[in-house]
Design a protein around this ligand. Structure first.
Ligand code: TYD
Length: 197
């Protein structure tokens, strides 16, 4: 299966992605844990541009995320799925829909179209959306990179954007309250995924 984790900065996605990887591996499955932006050499270079590079237009930003994703799908995700491995990805297309499509106002349909070209139609089987109120997420995340320095309005709009995406894609997106301790959330994630397969 192909699972992505989504949520605002500070929602605990990376921790949960790792805990799911460990749980699946403990069940004897081959798991590839990866992340966006990044996951390939090209992707890591694009990541550096996106996080610490110069100011850029919103479409330039969306196109760079999509470019990183195209390489990631071709080089890492599709080969893993084809050999029967599970793929757990820390952020995927929904990050672009939330941050660029809604946060930057480019439009969900437009950004989805760009991304469906980039991934050649690949979407996760399940997307786990970790929901946390915007202030708690901000306090947990700190402000370390260009995208995280956007301020409260941007953060609130990303939070609202994710909730909107969950309503729009209810068959794919599972929402989980991310307020509790990591182990409890991880158990809930594993159960919700089991219910679906
Ligand atoms: P990441 O390093 O995963 O941040 P965190 O570890 O805090 O989750 O992602 C970096 C930033 O990139 C984050 O603010 C979200 C943003 N982003 C987009 O705007 N669009 C995208 O498509 C992706 C993958 C990330």
């Amino acid at each position: 299966m192909f699972v992505s984790f989504e949520g605002a900065d500070g929602s605990g996605k990376s921790t949960q992605a790792e805990l799911l990887r460990a749980a699946l591996a403990a069940e004897g499955r081959e798991v590839v844990l990866t992340r966006e932006p990044g996951g390939t050499e090209l992707g890591e270079r694009i990541r550096a541009l996106l996080l610490d590079g110069p100011e850029m237009s919103s479409w330039a930003e969306a196109a760079l995320f999509a470019a990183s994703r195209a390489q990631h799908v071709e080089q890492v995700i599709r080969p893993a799925l084809e050999r029967g491995a599970d793929v757990v990805c820390d952020r995927f297309v929904d990050s672009s829909l939330a941050y660029q499509g809604i946060g930057r106002g480019l439009g969900v349909d437009e950004v989805l179209e760009l991304n469906l070209h980039a991934t050649r139609g690949l979407l996760p089987d399940t997307t786990v959306l970790l929901l946390l109120d915007a202030e708690t997420a901000a306090a947990r995340a700190g402000e370390s990179d260009r995208l995280e320095r956007q301020g409260d309005d941007f953060r609130q709009s990303v939070d609202a954007a994710y909730r909107e995406l969950a309503e729009r894609f209810p068959d794919r997106i599972v929402t989980i309250d991310a307020t509790g301790v990591p182990e409890t959330i991880a158990r809930e994630v594993r159960e919700r995924l089991r219910d679906r397969s």
